[in-house]
Design a protein around this ligand. Structure first.
Ligand code: GTP
Ligand code: MG
Length: 573
C-alpha cells in the first residue's frame, strides 16, 4: 500500500502537512547550499553504488531483512515501495554506508533459478529475500525478537503520480493561486525515491557490461535529473563505452602510455555501427538483465534508441548512445531551475496545463513536446523587462577554461557552470501567479509567424525558415527544436494560451471566495486543468486538424488586440 492510499482517509491533515512542507522547502533549500549539476549527478551515482533493491513478500519482512542485511555493513536508509503487477509486488531499497558493503551483500547472494524465475546467473543490485528454511529460520526469528533496533521504515510512493482526485482536493485547500502553484510542484515532482531508482537503473546497465567495457558509463539525463521531472517520468540514458575516462588523472596517465589497446576497426559507417551496437546491447539487456522487459529498438530515428520497461522499478527507459548534447542541455535546464525558485513551479504548471488541454502528447508527432514547452517558459523568463533568467549567451561569455566541454562530434557545450561568474541578479519580484498570467499573455501575442525564439540571445530573432514554430536549438544553433510542430498545432497553442490568459485573469479577479466555497468548488488552477490527464491520441499520419476554421475566429493581424473570451474550438467543428 503506498503512502497516498494509506493517507487518503485523512486527506485534510495530509493537505495541511503538505502546505507546511511546501512553505518550509524554500527556506531549507536556501540554507542547504546548492550542489552544481556535476556534483549532483556524481553524488547520486555514488549513492546508487551503495544501494541494493530487495524484493520481499510484504512490508512485514522489514525487521527480518534489516537484521539479515546488517551483517554486510551499516544500513543508512531503507525505503519500501510497491509496484502493481498482477499482484502487488513489494520492494525495499536499502542504502549502505559504503559501496563495498552493498557489494558484499550482492556477492553473498545465491542463484536459485526456481525462485528468481531465470536460470541465467547474472549479478545485479536486484535481489530476492527468500523465506528462512528449517532451524536456521527459527533461530533467525529468535534473534530478531532480542534485537529490534532497526531504522524507521518509510513507505514511499516511488512510481505513481498523484491521482487527479487527490490533486484536486489538495489544490482546493490552498490559500490562493500562488500556493496552488507551489503545491502542484511539490506534490507532483519526482521524489527522492524516484531519483534513486533512476540512478540504480543506470548502474545496472553499466555494471552488466563492465567486464568488456570497464569504462562504460550509463549517464541519466533529461527530466529525471534536470529538476523538471514529474513522478512517473521516463528515464533518458546515454550509454558511452569510454564515459568514465575523459578528464580523469588516470586518463592523462593513459594518454602518455606507449602501450595501446588493440581494438576492432569499424565495420561500416558510424551510424550503422552505432545501430548494430545498440541492437546487440538491446538483446543483451533483454536476455540477461533482471527486471528488463518489453525491449523495443527504434534505430531509424535521428537519435537511435532502445526503449524498455523495468518491472522492479516500474520505469520506462530510453537508452541512446550518441546524444551527449542532451546531457549538457539537461545541465542548462538544471541551472535555470536552480537560479530562481519560481522557475520550476511555473514550468510544472505550464506543462500540466498543456497536457490537460491536449497540446502535448506522449507519442511523438506534430505537436509541441515537453522540452520545447520548457524552452518557451525559459525564454519568457529571459526576455522580460526585469529578466528572471540570463541568456545562454551571457553564460557562455562568463565561461573559463574549466567550463570547456566539446562533444565527440565537435559540438561546443561550453558555458559558465558557476553562477557567481555570470553575475546575474534578478530584480523581478512578480509572484508566481502574476508570472503565469504574463506567460499566457506573452505567447498569445507572440509573432510565431515571423519570429524565432533564441534562448542564446534571450530575445526573438527573424525566423530563418518557414517552420510553424522556431526555437533555436541552444547547443546546435542551426537546428530548430520545434521543427516537428505543425501550423495547426502552433495555432492551437495560440488559442489555448489566449483561453488560459482569459481564464486566469477572471480567476484572479474573482479571488474573493470564502474558505468553504473554495473547498466546495473548482477555482484557480483547477479551472485551467479542465481536462485532467487527457491525452489526445491522434493518428501520426493524415491527421486532419479539427480546427481549421478556428484559426479564422480571430483576426491574426491584430495580435495586440485585447484578449478575447475563450474559444471553444472543440465544439466548433
Ligand atoms: P519528459 O520526458 O517529457 O518528462 O521531458 P524530458 O525533458 O526528459 O524530454 P525528453 O525525454 O523528450 O528529452 C530528454 C532530454 O533530451 C531533454 O531534457 C533535453 O535535454 C534533450 N532534448 C530533447 N529534445 C531535444 C532537442 O530537440 N534538442 C536538444 N538539444 N536537446 C533535446
Ligand atoms: Mg525524458
Amino acid at each position: 500500500m503506498n503512502t497516498l492510499m494509506r493517507l487518503s482517509p485523512q486527506l485534510h491533515h495530509w493537505r495541511t502537512y503538505c502546505i507546511k512542507q511546501c512553505a518550509a522547502a524554500g527556506t531549507e533549500a536556501a540554507a542547504r547550499g546548492k550542489p552544481n549539476y556535476e556534483e549532483f549527478i556524481d553524488s547520486r551515482q555514488q549513492q546508487a553504488q551503495r544501494s541494493i533493491v530487495v524484493q520481499v513478500s510484504s512490508e512485514k519482512s522489514y525487521n527480518e531483512l534489516y537484521n539479515y542485511c546488517s551483517r554486510f555493513g551499516r544500513i543508512v536508509t531503507v525505503q519500501h515501495y510497491s509496484v502493481q503487477h498482477e499482484d502487488e509486488l513489494h520492494y525495499m531499497l536499502l542504502e549502505y554506508a559504503s559501496a563495498g558493503e552493498a557489494s558484499a551483500a550482492i556477492s553473498s547472494s545465491a542463484y536459485n533459478a526456481e525462485l528468481s524465475g531465470s536460470g541465467v546467473p547474472v549479478r545485479s543490485p536486484f535481489l530476492w529475500f527468500r523465506a528462512p528454511t528449517g532451524g536456521a529460520g527459527r533461530r533467525g526469528q529468535a534473534k530478531l525478537a532480542a534485537n529490534q533496533k532497526t531504522l524507521a521504515l518509510h513507505t514511499v510512493n516511488g512510481t505513481r503520480s498523484l491521482s487527479h482526485e487527490a490533486l484536486k482536493e489538495l489544490l482546493r485547500g490552498a490559500a490562493g493561486i500562488d500556493q496552488q502553484l507551489n503545491l502542484l510542484y511539490e506534490q507532483t515532482r519526482l521524489n527522492e525515491l524516484g531519483v534513486r531508482m533512476r540512478f540504480i537503473a543506470a548502474l545496472q546497465v553499466e555494471q552488466a557490461i563492465s567486464g568488456m567495457f570497464p569504462d562504460a558509463l550509463a549517464q541519466p539525463f533529461g527530466s529525471s535529473v534536470n529538476g523538471f521531472g514529474k513522478m512517473g517520468c521516463d528515464l533518458d540514458l546515454i550509454l558511452r563505452f569510454d564515459g568514465k575516462t575523459p578528464g580523469t588523472d588516470q586518463d592523462s596517465q593513459r594518454e602518455a602510455s606507449r602501450l595501446i589497446y588493440h581494438t576492432k576497426e569499424n565495420l561500416s559507417n558510424g551510424r550503422s555501427q552505432t545501430q548494430r551496437q545498440m541492437e546487440c546491447i538491446g538483446d543483451m539487456l533483454h536476455l540477461f538483465l533482471p527486471g528488463v522487459c518489453h525491449v523495443r529498438r527504434i534505430l531509424q530515428a535521428r537519435v537511435p534508441i532502445i526503449k524498455y520497461h523495468h518491472e522492479h522499478l516500474d520505469l520506462e527507459i530510453d537508452l541512446s548512445m550518441s546524444n551527449l548534447t542532451g546531457f549538457f542541455m539537461s545541465e542548462l535546464l538544471y541551472m535555470f531551475g536552480e537560479m530562481d525558485p519560481r522557475v520550476r513551479p511555473l514550468t510544472f504548471c505550464v506543462r500540466r496545463w498543456a497536457q490537460s488541454c491536449g497540446l502535448t502528447n506522449p507519442s511523438p508527432g506534430r505537436w509541441i513536446t515537453n522540452f520545447s514547452l520548457t524552452c518557451l517558459v525559459m525564454f519568457f523568463l529571459q526576455q522580460m523587462r526585469q529578466p528572471i533568467l540570463p541568456s545562454i549567451g551571457a553564460m557562455v561569455k562568463a565561461a573559463n577554461t574549466a567550463d570547456i566541454r566539446v562533444t565527440e562530434d565537435g559540438i561546443n557545450c561550453t558555458f559558465a557552470r558557476d553562477m557567481e561568474r555570470v553575475r546575474f541578479q534578478s530584480r523581478n519580484t512578480s509572484s508566481l501567479s502574476e508570472l503565469l498570467l504574463q506567460f499566457f499573455e506573452f505567447y498569445s501575442q507572440f509573432d510565431f509567424h515571423n519570429r524565432a525564439i533564441s534562448l542564446n540571445e534571450g530575445r526573438a530573432l527573424a525566423k530563418p525558415d518557414h517552420s510553424a514554430m522556431y526555437i533555436v536549438n541552444p547547443l546546435e544553433q542551426l537546428l530548430n527544436v520545434s521543427k516537428n510542430v505543425s501550423l495547426e498545432e502552433c495555432e492551437r497553442l495560440r488559442i489555448e494560451v489566449r483561453n488560459a490568459a482569459w481564464m486566469l485573469e477572471s480567476e484572479v479577479e474573482n479571488a474573493t471566495l470564502s474558505e468553504s466555497e473554495r473547498r466546495e468548488q473548482s477555482w484557480g488552477l483547477l479551472n485551467l486543468f479542465k481536462h485532467p490527464e487527457k491525452s489526445v491520441i491522434r493518428p501520426n499520419m493524415f491527421f486532419k486538424p479539427r480546427m481549421v476554421e478556428v484559426s479564422d475566429l480571430f483576426d491574426k493581424s491584430q495580435t495586440s488586440a485585447p484578449t478575447p473570451p475563450p474559444v471553444n474550438y472543440k465544439n466548433s467543428t
